[in-house]
Design a protein around this ligand. Structure first.
Ligand code: BTX
Length: 324
């Protein structure tokens, strides 16, 4: 509700200091009884609100539960994540986001789930999304760009994920073209960009981001642990998912502004600073077959340029990359 959000904003601005019930009521424009009632609700949702006679209320710390309020509190954006919908369990946040997009959800709308029962990767692959441990999120974006530039958004998102993880954990992950985020060579995050278009106009881009946050090694199957990792495994401690989502929203918004105002060039150079594949010998498995050679870089469309041993340069639009 509005009172609840105003209350969370007020606590956020108070920075852990006490605010009296009277002042809260005045600022928000409701009764002290209403304030009290909303604070009781916040407590039920896992917020630690301390009440002290003559001093008022203060918010002690963030809970570890994911919720719309948890994400909203501390969000530093204007658009991205401002409309947020949280679900305990969904089939896939991509599916939910598509429905919301079709019903007119605005740019920046964020769908987050604590668990996905049918999380999806590219093609028909599965994305393992167990309960309470990761960030399973889909953003509805409505950028005013041409369809053929949409792949650039995947690369932009990869940069946003790297920057958000770096900010929150001080670990700098690497990007493996086109959409894998790796730490020590293992996949910590996958990105799936899907388009809804009519003729040549983009209606919406559904940007799906899955980040392994608090899984332990034995939370992964023997098959997946060979190539996957989580932030907790790498860092040795639990990471607050809400903070990471907020940071992700922040960087997506910043990078989108940069992209809209200056084009793909600055995004491309940021991407290249984090990319592992560039300059290395790789093997690219595509629908047209496997190409071996040296990854030269990406072009302005976000297409990977691969130099074969005979000197020919192949443009790779979509592939799975193995390092030779
Ligand atoms: P991808 O096709 O590049 O990667 C999928 C492959 O990654 C799988 O075949 C499997 O080998 C491996 N994998 C599966 N689950 C995990 C995991 N949790 N961690 C590491 N590796 C894994 C990547 O596709 C795109 C993934 C996007 C996921 C988000 S989550 C929110 C949104 N909703 C949804 O259904 N998908 C997106």
């Amino acid at each position: 509700s509005n009172v609840r959000q105003a209350l969370l904003d007020a606590f956020k601005n108070a920075n852990g200091k006490f605010i009296s019930g009277e002042k809260l009521a005045q600022n928000i424009g409701c009764s002290r009884t209403a304030i009290w009632k909303h604070i009781e609700d916040l407590k039920k949702d896992g917020f630690h609100v301390e009440a002290v006679r003559k001093k008022g209320y203060r918010l002690l710390e963030q809970s570890n539960k994911l919720s719309e309020n948890e994400i909203y509190l501390g969000l530093e954006t204007e658009e991205i994540g401002r409309s947020v919908y949280f679900f305990e369990s969904v089939t896939s946040t991509q599916k939910v986001a598509k429905e919301y997009a079709m019903n007119g959800a605005k740019h920046g709308t964020l769908i987050v789930a604590d668990e996905q029962t049918e999380g999806r990767g590219r093609m028909v692959r599965k994305w393992y999304s167990p309960k309470g441990t990761g960030i399973w999120a889909s953003f509805i974006l409505r950028p005013d760009i041409q369809i053929q530039h949409a792949p650039q958004l995947t690369l932009l998102s990869a940069v946003a994920v790297v920057q958000a993880i770096k900010k929150v954990t001080h670990i700098t992950p690497e990007i493996k073209w086109p959409n894998d985020i790796l730490i020590s060579g293992r996949k910590v995050c996958g990105i799936l960009t899907e388009l809804q278009a009519e003729e040549d106009r983009i209606q919406s881009v559904i940007l799906g981001i899955g980040i392994n946050v608090n899984q332990d090694k034995n939370d992964f199957s023997a098959e997946i642990i060979k190539k996957a990792t989580s932030l907790k495994i790498e860092l040795g401690k639990t990471v607050n998912r809400s903070s990471l989502i907020q940071s992700l929203c922040y960087y997506i918004e910043q990078l989108l502004h940069l992209y809209i105002s200056e084009g793909f060039t600055p995004i491309k150079s940021l991407w290249e600073t984090y990319a592992v594949s560039i300059g290395k010998r790789i093997s690219a498995r595509t629908v047209k077959g496997t190409f071996d050679g040296v990854a030269l870089g990406i072009n302005n469309e976000g297409v990977l340029l691969l130099k074969q041993d005979n000197g020919d340069i192949v443009e790779i639009i979509s592939a799975d990359i193995d390092f030779a």
